[in-house]
Design a binder for this molecule. Structure first.
Ligand code: 5AD
Ligand code: SF4
Length: 433
């Protein structure tokens, strides 16, 4: 979501006559779009912005801003921590970036805005940088779920959905300028259009599925993905659209967080390990070639060895293609930060290492089966690493590198590639026409 927000802001600035530069040393304006989800993300951002002090010494006219979740979370405090900072803009004020910069240039004062109304930002963040085969659209902002560990509902505010017509117009204009694959974004993306209702939709209901159907009708758009959905919002209506629309990629990121029902309840998640697995199996029964990835937290307050073992078992049972493993990080203001039995760092580290080792084993196993398979690849262009080769992406977002075969080859086309070699980062193969 931050990458997408940064792109929209870059487009706004370019529209106002600013020019992007390659290196931070050349810039007159540096904007840090920050994350708050774990303490480490905040620490990194503060470290990086702190380091910029030396650039300001070399270029006293340099303007430095901190925006996004950490800006919203820490506000005023950031000016004390980072005295060379010129402005702070919260999550719903991102679109005020040009105004902030102009005011600073005019008045040489600092600037801070942290408001709550999400509608303006929603309407303003539509621009895209030209030329991409792969693009993304934020269809909702904010989150109403209040998982007990998570700071997002506090820093990004209540969930709001954009009008379908607006989203479709944005997608059409992206496709007209060459985009072929769109990633739909939202903190709880499948809750699109439910007006913040936290009850899972009935089986025959899914405004998100209706939006997907409309997007699938756009000529020239080849692929649609989305992230991150919450499994309880996978109604039968949604699953049947995922199964029947060929443009929607068959890979689903479904954060599970834990495999222990006791911990899931403490996390205020809305499912059990059993109901999660049931939904996964239901999706698999209708879409047999689908793959799953997930997010999981180790060391949530009170997590016992037995709870952890249940998480480990669930991850292995689903056989995720990838899992993002996070050590629980207490976020001030959230319920879990106040819970008893916080887990020591060494235990989190140990559990993290165990899940990583399990993941590596699973990934190695899956990679063994890749050579010989035929993959549909959306061509991106000449490979960045080796200009004699081209690269593209499979339907489940794996990079594939291949050599031109003398036939027609251009960015945005779909090709069949027979895989010859596979490593955790890329697949290599031969075009098959
Ligand atoms: N500590 C660790 N991981 C967290 N996540 C969210 N909040 C925290 C936290 N306080 C993880 C969840 C979420 C992902 C984006 O970040 O797994 O799905
Ligand atoms: Fe955070 Fe996701 Fe839960 Fe929302 S659904 S509170 S963003 S973990």
């Amino acid at each position: 979501m931050n990458v997408r927000d940064s792109e929209a802001l870059a487009a706004i600035l370019i529209g106002k006559g600013y020019t992007p530069v390659e290196h931070e040393e050349e810039a007159d304006l540096l904007v840090f779009n920050t994350c708050s989800v774990r303490e480490q993300a905040e620490r990194k951002a503060i470290g990086k912005i702190g380091y910029m002090k030396k650039l300001k010494k070399l270029n006293p006219g340099l303007i430095i801003g901190c925006i996004g979740c950490m800006a919203q979370n820490r506000g005023e405090e950031l000016f004390h921590l980072l005295p060379h900072l010129d402005f702070v803009l919260g999550t719903n004020q991102l679109h005020k970036l040009p105004e902030a910069v102009e005011k600073i240039v005019r008045e040489r004062s600092s600037y801070q805005a942290l408001s709550e109304d999400p509608h303006e930002v929603l309407a303003a963040m539509k621009g895209h940088l030209p030329g991409g085969i792969f693009g993304s659209i934020a269809i909702t902002r904010g989150c109403n779920r209040f998982c007990s560990y998570c700071i997002v509902p506090y820093v990004r505010g209540r969930e709001v959905s954009r009008d379908a017509a607006d989203i479709i117009a944005e997608a059409e204009s992206m496709v007209a300028s060459g985009c072929r694959e769109i990633l739909l974004l939202g903190q709880n993306v499948a809750a699109y259009g439910l007006n913040g209702d936290v009850r899972p939709p009935a089986d025959d209901c899914s405004p998100f599925a209706e939006l997907l159907e409309k997007l699938c009708r756009i000529d020239g758009l080849q692929r649609i993905r989305f992230t991150s959905p919450y499994i309880s919002y996978f109604s039968e209506r949604l699953i049947s659209v995922l199964a029947s629309e060929p443009k929607i990629c068959h890979c689903y990121h479904l954060p599970v967080q834990s495999g222990s029902n006791r911990i899931l309840q403490l996390m205020n998640r809305q499912y059990t390990a059993e109901s999660y697995l049931e939904k996964v199996n239901r999706i698999r029964s209708l879409i047999p070639d689908c793959t799953f990835t997930t997010d999981v937290i180790v060391g949530f307050p009170g997590e016992t060895e037995e709870d952890f073992q249940q998480t480990r078992d669930l991850l292995n049972e689903v056989g995720f293609d990838h899992s993002f493993i996070f050590k629980y990080s207490p976020r001030s203001g959230t319920k879990a930060a106040e819970m008893p039995d916080q887990i020591p760092a060494e235990v989190k580290e140990e559990r993290n290492a165990i899940l990583l080792a399990d993941l590596e084993k699973r990934v190695a196993e899956k990679l063994k089966n890749m050579p010989g398979t035929l993959q549909e690849v959306l061509v991106e262009g000449v490979s960045k690493r080796n200009s004699a080769r081209w690269s593209g992406k499979t339907g489940n977002a794996r990079t594939v590198v291949f050599e031109p075969d003398g036939g027609e080859l251009c960015p945005g086309m779909l090709l069949n590639v027979r895989i010859t070699q596979a490593n955790p980062v890329s697949l290599f193969g031969k075009i098959e026409r």
